[in-house]
Design a protein around this ligand. Structure first.
Ligand SMILES: CC(C)(COP(=O)(O)OP(=O)(O)OC[C@H]1O[C@@H](n2cnc3c(N)ncnc32)[C@H](O[C@H]2O[C@H](COP(=O)(O)OP(=O)(O)OP(=O)(O)O)[C@@H](O)[C@H]2O)[C@@H]1O)[C@@H](O)C(=O)NCCC(=O)NCCS
Ligand code: ADE
Length: 345
């Protein structure tokens, strides 16, 4: 399904973006402003065993998350849940992402901001742990779906009814279940996606459909597969586009984890059949978004020194059209999760 995992370490530690202004042109690592990239208090990477990069921001992990298998080790399911939530937080930290909510602004959204996403991510942690345990117990799609629906209810309770992470609950939830089933990492390249495809494709595609969900309507009208097809096929866009883009961008800008995530996000926007773009922007908005993201990449992506200003301009263009590639944002978080589990400590 994918090539060999990159041997490069995952440098996501502290790679959140905070404090820079949209369109300021900052973001060039050569400018020495990397100190502005912070996820919070400095913490040692060595205490997070499976991911050199995803540093869960839960109280348990603040410098004290024990090594798996060591004395006082956390359960594998708790560890996987913490990684999943850390991936969601890193997605939120990433800026500029076109039209999407970040800690800098709310992009194309009037009903949610960074606090809404942070509350949602925290509320999901026990549900990701339940999904990892369900995967380890070999449970099938109907059981996973029940836990997923409980997670959706927890998300709505935490956000006052706003849909922040419905796609992420689904995709990251399936990957957490797969990680629970496959056991301790580092995992072989492609293993998580292959497990979801082989174990759950039929259950995903044969499951009930919410006829009035925006994604379901867009899938029917535009005849594209959307989130269920991406998952049932073992997340091809994640493995063929997201992961290589993340690792390429990381090799180009090893000291700027935010730049690597922006590069990954824009590659995903250009490639994913994102039903959010269709339901908000119709065919025209969908085409504009994918073409604009592809142009960013073709013109040099984050390799260019002016990448930040160009990504910020793209963000403004999406906001002007009220476009929001929420599916690509979810895939960014899933890519970070898979990368962490494949890369290992
Ligand atoms: C099977 C489901 C995923 C349901 O999917 P369906 O397509 O029927 O309906 P949606 O409700 O639209 O959910 C799909 C969400 O998945 C994300 N997404 C979109 N395209 C893709 C893609 N190609 N690949 C992967 N993922 C994709 C996207 O989620 C993100 O965007 C949401 C925010 O969007 P936003 O526009 O702001 O808000 P809306 O509420 O949509 O409306 P407006 O504000 O614009 O008016 C946010 O959720 C992001 O995460 C799509 O929205 C699944 O949900 C399901 O069946 N769940 C049941 C539980 C289950 O089976 N779980 C499995 C085990 S965990
Ligand atoms: N940061 C984000 N902004 C808007 N929609 C999203 N869906 C998932 N992450 C998102």
């Amino acid at each position: 399904m994918t090539g060999a995992p990159s041997p490069s370490p995952s440098p996501l530690c502290g790679g959140g973006w905070a404090g820079r202004k949209a369109g300021s042109g900052e973001g060039n690592p050569a400018s020495g402003r990397e100190a502005a990239l912070t996820l919070g208090p400095a913490r040692s990477c060595t205490v997070v065993p499976l991911s050199a990069g995803l540093r869960p921001d839960t109280p348990a992990s603040q410098g004290t998350l024990p090594r798996r298998g060591g004395r006082g080790a956390v359960a594998p399911s708790a560890h996987l849940a913490a990684l999943a939530v850390a991936a969601l937080r890193l997605e939120l930290d990433t800026y500029p992402k076109p039209g999407l909510v970040s800690r800098v602004d709310s992009g194309s959204h009037a009903d949610m901001d960074a606090a809404t996403f942070a509350a949602s991510a925290s509320a999901l942690e026990p549900h990701f742990a339940a999904l990892a345990r369900a995967g380890a117990a070999g449970l099938a799609m109907p059981a996973l779906r029940r836990i997923g629906l409980e997670a959706e209810a927890a998300m709505r309770a935490a956000t006052g009814g706003v849909n922040t992470h419905r796609g992420a609950i689904f995709g990251l939830g399936l990957l957490a279940a797969a990680a629970g089933a496959l056991g301790p990492g580092p995992l072989p390249a492609g293993a998580l996606g292959a497990h979801v495809r082989e174990r759950h494709a039929a259950g995903i595609l044969g499951g009930p459909e919410l006829l009035h969900a925006p994604g379901a309507r867009a899938r029917r009208r535009h005849r594209i597969g959307g989130a269920p097809a991406e998952a049932a096929a073992g997340f091809p866009t994640l493995y063929r586009v997201g992961l290589p883009a993340l690792r390429r961008a990381r090799a180009l800008r090893p000291s700027d984890a935010n730049a690597a995530r922006v590069g990954c996000c824009l590659a995903l926007v250009a490639a994913l059949e994102d039903t959010n773009l269709l339901h908000r922007g119709g065919e025209g908005g969908y085409r504009f978004a994918r073409d604009a993201a592809a142009r960013f990449d073709r013109a040099g992506g984050v390799a260019r020194d002016d990448w930040f200003a160009r990504a910020a301009a793209l963000h403004r263009a999406f906001v002007a059209r009220r476009l929001s590639p929420g599916g690509a944002a979810d895939l960014l978080a899933m890519t970070l999760f898979v990368d962490a589990l494949e890369t290992g400590p």
